[in-house]
Write a protein that binds this ligand. Sequence first.
Ligand SMILES: [Zn+2]
Length: 339
Amino acid sequence: MSLLLNSLGRDRGLYISRVFDAHCDTVGYFTGEKGSYHFLEINERAHVDLPRLKAGGVKAQVFALFIEPHFKPNEALKRCLYLLDAYHRVVKECPQELATVGNYAQLHEMAGTDKIAAILLVEGGEVLQGNLEVLGRLNRLGIRGLGLTWNTENQISGAAMEGAASRGLTRFGREIVREMNRLGMIIDLAHISRRGFYDVLDVSRVPVIVSHANVAAICDHPRNLTDQQMRALRENNGVLGISFYPPFISHQKADLARLLDHFVHAADIMGVNHLGIGSDFDGIDVVLEELKDVSFLPRLISGLYRRGFNKKEVGKILFDNFLRVAEETLTGENYEGIC
Ligand SMILES: [Zn+2]
């Protein structure tokens, strides 16, 4: 353990930075259903835990509550509450090191401390069970973001994996987008259909995120964004979190160099103000050799410098861009904790 962190520590001396990771599925480990896991210790089978978040320089982490397909549709909300409970049981063990935030003010305050700011997001609009009121209740429980779809269509929209013919935003979906704007919640379009993507950009008053996806021009995958989508995201002032999932990076050999190509192309299309990181750690079954877990982030950072991004640009990609979206989006209540 110390060997791993020490060796990474040397890297960090050169490339120390603060990171905002827009997507991990680590809460899936918090339930204990995937075997023994302790957030406060290094767990080799998972990609994320507290020691390695620190080693990776992560200062803000979006924790997705991923609703697994077999809970949909009828058990989706129940599953979400189960995951939320598991999350609270784990993070209450480290109140000095990680704190859940509810709005930009809390996030901004946390960024000035040694603590990691955690933002809760549900991945899968089925959680609402077609009921607008559930959104407000989840928001009161601390949920501050929603991935509108996963890989299949739901009451809100069609999904990217269903192909170009998949439907766009439904009437219910439009209501959800407006209500999320009103409540101060982050709209995540990572898995949405292309039509749904443009529909949301038409409806939303504030920037959106695509928390974990890549660039279709480099790796043609239905989950990756076309140049046209990226230009639309730029117009919305939103941010794309580039994921580390090898099948999104290349159909041939995926490695760090190829991943960096995605950053460079996205920056060419959108400029550096709309680019971030959404690792998808603990949601992916394969990883890049050079980015095996969150503690390896310094390698990505040094790679961004090698590709010509300057210090200010790297700071935007790693943290500041998502912070800007949070400022425009997370305008609701403080997170006060669960009692
Ligand atoms: Zn996902």
